[in-house]
Design a protein around this ligand. Structure first.
Ligand SMILES: [Zn+2]
Length: 734
């Protein structure tokens, strides 16, 4: 099972044998039997009283969150690992000659207890954690990695898989069966199954250390982000915030038992409040709080952690036969090599920075023109000014006032009349809310999804509001994966961090929040429309540089005229958004794209450079490394910091995106290219949707992804639509 993000942190735990992310490690796990586990030297009971003991009897095998207590996860996961190892052991020790059925398919059927406990645990630790769950997470991290290693570094098992792989062409397998054999074999080799015993030991030790450091990194960033929130008792310092923002800041202070106001940080470098704070010193203080959150020399400083992580990953890459960690990581991706990914990214640096420089000129013009009591001109634009003045440029250019826009984007209306509506038009899905399915927090809503009007297809949960005990960003994952072999339908969830309204108030969201909802739902569709035989190939279990394709593709429908008109309605009057405002919003989508692409690219280049380090370069000092890495690629714009600084770049140090952040951009090339195809073939139609569903969305990882894409599109992906949709064609020629 996997998690995918817009910008989340949660670890990716994979079901069964799939291998998109390695949390890798070995720690002396002692697991006695599937009936109990040794935890902290004492036997933790695992029996029929544990809600994970048997398959859920709820519709779609949904997790029984009404019965699950914090203390239930650890014994269930420990017992689940033991049970899976027993099942895997039986496959490895089978005296019959290896066959597709008794080896590769048998592996698909293992680990059901582990899967159901782990899926629920990942869900709550990402979206609704607490100190007890964090403790369990910390203790489990190395054991989970060791568990994975125990499967992938099992020599007997590998030999059986390899034997099936050798005969694969003569076995008369279905195309999906053949793909399963190839993927499984490649996963073993990728994980180190071909290594000598001594090297396997080395790998286990590296994996163990990586997992522990990654987990420590996640805890530190979560704590640092909370601690670094900007606090003040001086209301004048917050000039520019709306009354609603101010009362939110007051509530945040109260929640933390502080006087005055608190502006919580989100996980990106730039902070939402920076667009409205008119006191420059406050903007700088908020920005500094964000930028230095993990570099304060205190317990939450992550610099030594990431320096060591980069070093040990380089060692791991070498051990697995590559020049670098990135070389190893990309071998099973659509891009195939770091060189291909870098070539693609390097070509984007010139158009994106040229456009960002143009945008900076507009901003500087506004700064220079202002010299009054609240705004003093006469300074050069800095990173902490960007959001504030770009908002003014945006207003001047497009005359859009957020306060004017938000009443047309009431969250539940956007969901049902926008997000769900588009899925209905394209794929014929319908949705019915279910109040009888237990949830992990009262804010969560659950919908049953039907194929057409009545054929049950999936269960969909959404947990949209920000909470302090939720990881930042937004993501999607499964509680249950679709599989014909296992007879399961998908149970999928979306999590985000949208502002929660005061009690009784409507949830009015920004247009970028609307886009986030479409994005995460695109992942959800990839999970819900899955139609695979084997769970490991189902839904979103695809390469990192493909997984963001369906989600980013789905974003396009947010501004598609027929969809937009259907949901952008005033929450009080139901009136459609005035035409000129709608036009401006759509035009404004092109705004600031130079900045936005540059900050993403800078982060992606940082990631690729950290993970391209060869062994022997030793420990890097993160700040110096970061500076040099950005300068080397031509990111000389002081006012465009990377979207994530190395020291709080959770995707790459604490999540599954190490040497994989480029994947968002790569996927963007695919999604723009794909949307252009829709535009060229009549746009939002059932015929187009059904064809895309049949050839791509339903197919998970059942075919080589480059081939699958090309078969649907009729050619290899092109980068031109990406520059067009970003509004950057001009800069491309500079
Ligand atoms: Zn995503």
């Amino acid at each position: 099972m996997r998690q995918t993000w817009l910008s989340g942190i949660a670890p990716v735990f994979l079901r069964r044998a799939s291998l998109v992310v390695v949390l890798g490690a070995f720690a002396g796990v002692i697991v006695s039997s599937s009936q109990g586990a040794v935890v902290n030297d004492k036997q933790v009971a695992f029996g029929p009283g544990n809600p994970f003991y048997a398959k859920s009897t709820l519709p779609f095998e949904a997790p029984p969150f009404d019965k699950i207590k914090d203390g239930d996860y650890e014994p269930a996961i420990e017992a689940g690992m033991a049970e899976e190892l027993k099942e895997i052991g039986a496959i490895a020790d089978n005296s019959a000659a290896p066959t597709f059925e008794n080896t590769v398919v048998a592996m698909e059927k293992t680990g059901s207890l582990f899967q159901r406990a782990m899926a629920a645990f990942s869900g709550v630790t990402g979206a609704n954690t607490n100190p007890e769950l964090e403790r369990v997470q910390k203790e489990l991290a190395p054991k989970l990695a060791a568990h994975r290693d125990a499967i992938y570094l099992n020599t007997k098992l590998f030999h059986r898989v390899a034997a099936v792989y050798e005969q694969r062409e003569s076995l008369k397998l279905s195309p999906e069966g053949l793909r399963l054999v190839q993927v499984r074999y490649r996963d073993f080799v990728h994980a180190g199954a071909n290594l000598s015993d001594a090297d396997k030991d080395k790998l286990r030790k590296l994996n163990e250390e990586e997992s522990t450091l990654s987990n420590g990194f996640r805890s530190k960033v979560l704590a640092a982000t909370k601690d670094a929130a900007y606090a003040t008792t001086d209301q004048a310092a917050l000039a520019g915030l709306t009354a609603a923002d101010l009362s939110g800041a007051e509530a945040a202070a109260k929640e933390r038992k502080k006087e005055g106001y608190v502006l919580p940080l989100q996980n990106t470098t730039q902070q939402p409040y920076l667009s409205s704070l008119s006191v420059r010193a406050t903007r700088q203080a908020v920005f500094d709080a964000s930028w230095t959150r993990t570099e304060r020399g205190d317990a939450n400083d992550t610099r030594s952690t990431i320096a060591r992580l980069a070093q040990l990953r380089a060692e791991k890459g070498k051990l697995l036969g590559h020049d670098s960690y990135a070389g190893w990581k990309l071998e099973d991706q659509m891009a195939k090599t770091p060189e291909n990914a870098l070539k693609f990214m390097d070509a984007l640096v010139a158009p994106s920075t040229a456009n960002a420089a143009d945008e900076a000129k507009d901003i500087q013009g506004v700064i220079d023109s202002q010299n009054n009591d609240t705004q003093k001109g006469g300074f050069s634009v800095e990173a902490w000014d960007w959001e504030f003045y770009s908002e003014q440029v945006r207003k001047a250019k497009y005359d859009i006032d957020e306060a004017q826009v938000r009443p047309y984007f009431e969250l539940n209306n956007v969901l049902e009349n926008g997000v769900f509506y588009a899925a209905g038009q394209l794929y014929g899905l319908s949705f019915k809310e279910r109040k009888d399915i237990p949830v992990w927090n009262p804010d969560v809503r659950v919908f049953e999804v039907f194929d057409g009007d009545s054929k049950p297809l999936a269960l969909f949960y959404c947990d949209y509001y920000k909470r302090d005990n939720k990881n930042g960003g937004a993501w999607m994952s499964n509680f249950v994966d679709q599989s014909k072999l296992m007879g399961t339908l998908p149970v999928v969830y979306n999590v985000a961090n949208l502002p929660k309204p005061a009690a009784g108030e409507p949830a009015l969201v920004s247009f970028s929040d609307v886009v986030t909802m479409f994005h995460e739902f695109g992942h959800a569709l990839h999970g819900m429309l899955a139609d695979s035989e084997y769970p490991s190939l189902s839904g979103t279990s695809v390469a990192r540089d493909f997984v963001e394709f369906p989600s980013q593709f789905n974003e396009h429908w947010a501004t598609y005229p027929a969809v937009f008109a259907h949901y952008a309605k005033h929450y009080k009057t139901g009136a459609a958004m005035p035409e000129d405002l709608a036009t401006k919003i759509k035009k404004a989508a092109d705004f600031n794209q130079g900045y936005l692409l540059t900050e993403l690219l800078a982060a992606a280049e940082l990631d690729m450079q950290w993970h391209s380090l060869p062994v022997g370069d030793g420990l890097q000092e993160p700040d110096a490394f970061e500076k040099a890495a950005l300068a080397k690629k031509g990111f000389a714009l002081s006012y465009v910091p990377p979207r994530y600084r190395s020291s709080y770049f959770s995707h790459i140090w604490g999540g599954g995106y190490a040497a994989g952040y480029y994947a968002y951009l790569w996927s963007e090339m695919l999604d723009d290219d794909a949307f252009q195809w829709f535009q060229d073939h009549g746009g939002l139609t059932r015929a187009n949707g059904d064809r895309f569903r049949k050839m791509v969305l339903s197919r998970g990882n059942t075919e080589d992804l480059a081939k699958m894409y090309e078969a649907w599109l009729g050619s290899a992906p092109k980068v031109e639509p990406m520059l067009k949709y970003r509004g950057l064609e001009k800069g491309a020629t500079k």
